[in-house]
Design a protein around this ligand. Structure first.
Ligand SMILES: [Ca+2]
Ligand SMILES: [Ca+2]
Length: 141
């Protein structure tokens, strides 16, 4: 009986560890989002420079050069984003033009795990995003 309990605990632990590592991660080698933030990347496959934005952040224009201390270079994020990790409890809406204009697209995490958008060429959004809003994913609250 004791052995059975021990085996059960071990199996349960393995299950918990594996579900954590599989469910919570897009690519552990690059910056992962907290559940309340979205991470935008310069290149596909979460490459290049990245910027994070929390729930409640609205960027009406990405136009203009900003110094990014993370990658230590000046970058213009307009028409630059090529991959995105959407935090578990985040709903992000991206827009083709500044001031939330033009075509738009909304993506959400699934409340437990981030949504992994590794290559925006697949959805015709590569190097097109000019403004975005980050809201709560209301499915999760
Ligand atoms: Ca790009
Ligand atoms: Ca654009």
């Amino acid at each position: 009986m004791k052995v059975f309990i021990k085996i059960s605990i071990i199996l349960f632990s393995i299950f918990m560890i594996s579900s954590l590592s599989f469910a919570q991660s897009c690519d552990p080698n690059t910056r992962e989002p907290n559940e309340d933030e979205v991470i935008f990347f310069e290149h596909i496959n979460y490459g290049g420079c990245w910027m994070g934005a929390k729930i409640g952040s609205n960027y009406s224009s990405l136009v203009g050069n900003t110094y990014n201390p993370i990658c230590k270079k000046t970058i213009n994020w307009n028409d630059t984003i090529s991959s995105i990790k959407v935090g578990a409890k985040v709903m992000v809406t991206v827009y083709e033009h500044v001031n939330y204009g033009g075509r738009s697209q909304t993506w959400k995490g699934n409340c437990k795990a981030p949504l992994c958008l590794r290559d925006l060429r697949n959805s015709n959004w590569n190097d097109k995003i000019s403004s975005f809003r980050v809201d709560r994913n209301h499915d999760c609250y």
